[in-house]
Design a protein around this ligand. Sequence first.
Ligand code: FE
Ligand code: CA
Length: 504
Amino acid sequence: MEISRRSFLLGSAALLAVGACSGDDEPTCDDTEDCAGSGPPAPPIEVPTPAAPATPLPGPPFGLGVASGDPDDESVVLWTRLLGAEGDHEVAWEVLDATDHVVAAGLVTATAADGHSVHVVADGLSQDAWYSYRFHTAGHTSPVGRARVLPTRDGEALRFAFASCQDWRDGHWSAHEHLAAEELDLVVWLGDYIYEGGDGDRQVRDHGAPACQSLDDYRARYALYKAHPHLQAAHAARPWLVVWDDHEVVNDFAGGADEIADRQAAAYKAWWEHMPVRMPAPTGPALDINRVVRFGEIASFVMIDGRQFRSDQACGGGIAPACDEVADPSRTMLGTDQEAWVARALSTSETAWNVIANQTILAPSEIVGLVNLDQWDGYPAARQRLYDAIRSSDAGTVVITGDVHASAVGNLVADDGTHLGVELVGTSISSTFPADLADVFELAATAAGAEMADAHHRGYVVCEVTKDAFRADYRIVESVAAASSPISTSSSWVIEDGAGVQPL
Ligand code: FE
Ligand code: CA
């Protein structure tokens, strides 16, 4: 076997790097900063050239943009999906560091079976560092995205935003234009990425299609939404952590019913094809999306799924008086396995904060004997079990919630008056809150103990988190009736561990 000079040099570089960093009496190399420059510079990495497709593309394939997501301390998922492709397509990907040097690259095959989506885990990256990335196929190059890898240590403050509910029909996406421009490490998406419905109740634009039933229907709906430049910009600027709510399948979805299994499988497959997520593709009406993403010693994002495993809404659902069924202790929001998983995730977290990425409102919000049976109010025994899990954790707890298309801030308080944490409910990007109920919601939430409630505005929430304090700024757009609208901060809040939320 002939050893080329190049591979010999590579081998030497690897040995040097190991020698410099792993000696017992040397400082260990768990921080790449310490090791930079200790060996010869790494050879340049070449971006491979993808094979020409058997069937030429009818046009530019990158019209849905790029995205990154689910980072850990050495890797991040890179996503795109080819439009107009038939058969298999080779796609090249590359990751560049802050000095525009290629630090990782490879080839991946986009298949028709997976809707020509691409999910690459770009690995071997440096912790707490930013990168850019792009894709190439058949002579076309994608837009450039930015991604980051997370710190394992304290690091600087974490800045993230959370958002949900972008009904295409209800309003324009000025909020995404502003979200894209925020300086953020991460975006957490709490669900209702698409709305499955047809047309008929539009306020600014149509879906142009009936309600989604098949995989092709859901794919087309994601393609409609993801073609929007503001949404693409919000994705391209930093990684997202994504969970779903009901409208990714159907309104007020409660998983598991046989009659909806085909639709659920189609919806889950299309969701996976369009999201920058790390889990394998679903092969039927089931996909585990609960996971923990850890940012240094500051925060653990505990991503939960309150749809797939829940008991069906009690008492016929909707907003109604609670019937006896509500109190049944066997009723579940998360399912038995996920409940145990959440309890473990909360109690074993080694970060200052646990941020629970949650779908529907957790805090009790009954008003004049009426409860929203789709929310945790319809699952009080399951809520008590989650409260018990939160109570047994040493970390500060902040629950971030979507679904309701209104903002609210409130403390989570146990029956004996013990402070458990804080719930921050974010409003929608564009989905409507019924105008005739907005005042009622605000009165009801305040009467139930919320420090703030606002059902009149759309937007997102920006959070700045250190080990000692968690700050939240509610960002609202003036209007979703106009394609472009100014943003402002409607209120700001600070949480210190063990204390109630305070206005700033
Ligand atoms: Fe929604
Ligand atoms: Ca929802």
